[in-house]
Design a protein around this ligand. Structure first.
Ligand code: ZN
Length: 160
């Protein structure tokens, strides 16, 4: 059976960026997902598995197929006073800000220069080419109930 919308797929994978492992399914564990729902796997991976059968896979996703290009417009400066008084304001710390549409956006501090704090709200892997290597362990048709609920039932899925 091929991976397609409304199939339940179990996989394991390793994600490399520039040769370094940045993400993987836990050792010996598999991820189970309902294909087409798009909220279990990282962006781009689910689509790239369409049409595959049980077996190993290797997928390379360009930035625009994955989390998007790096946007220098998402780097901005704030003042120390913009942060809560008890906040630890240091490089690498992450905060939530509201954008113009009042949507909370995660931003990481990339530099601190006196009172000027520079933050970057690009996703971690923006602008990166993602190299996935993994195994499709199982593909089966989703039940009508799973399709209706939008998630996998049974072992490794939602029990209810
Ligand atoms: Zn359910």
């Amino acid at each position: 059976m091929k991976v397609a919308p409304n199939t339940v797929v179990s996989i394991e994978y390793v994600l490399r960026v520039e040769g370094e492992i940045v993400d993987s399914t836990p050792e010996g564990e598999r991820i189970l997902f309902l294909h087409g729902e798009g909220h279990v796997l990282p962006p781009g991976l689910e689509d790239s598995l369409s049409g595959r059968e049980v077996g190993s896979f290797r997928v390379t996703l360009a930035p625009d197929e994955a989390v998007g290009e790096y946007d220098p417009g998402k780097v901005f400066t704030a003042k120390r006073g913009d942060f809560p008084g008890d906040a630890k304001v240091g490089v690498g710390e992450e905060f939530y800000f509201e954008d113009e549409g009042e949507t909370p956006v995660a931003a990481k501090i990339i530099s601190v220069d006196g009172d000027d704090i520079t933050l970057d709200s690009n996703p971690e892997l923006a602008g990166k080419t993602l190299e996935y290597e993994g195994i499709v362990h199982d593909v089966r048709a989703a039940t009508d109930e799973e399709v209706e609920h939008g998630h996998v039932h049974g072992e490794g899925g939602v029990e209810h």
